[in-house]
Write a protein that binds this ligand. Structure first.
Ligand SMILES: [Zn+2]
Length: 87
């Protein structure tokens, strides 16, 4: 069975990875109640306002408004990285 590689990868990340594990690899997350909290990787901040919901498998930043699921996180994070490296 042959399927499109990019869709395959995206689906695989989505169904096999817990967003907390994926985000936790690059952001130091702390468990706070039902959610995990840490410093936002998308903007500079002193107080962590980046929240990851394990239940909903989404992230939300109350500082810069970044939000999405595990796929959006990976895309956003690595395109950020890429732009930084290109500078
Ligand atoms: Zn932010």
């Amino acid at each position: 069975m042959k399927t499109d590689g990019s869709i395959n990868l995206a689906e695989e990340i989505k169904y096999r990875c817990n967003i907390v594990d994926v985000v936790g690899r690059v952001v130091p997350l702390k468990k706070t109640g039902a959610n995990h909290k840490g410093p936002c990787p998308f903007h500079k901040e002193a107080d962590p306002s980046f929240v990851v919901s394990e239940d909903k498998q989404i992230f939300t930043c109350f500082g810069c408004g970044a939000t999405g699921d595990v796929i959006s996180f990976v895309e956003k994070y690595y395109s950020l990285d890429f732009m930084g490296a290109a500078e």
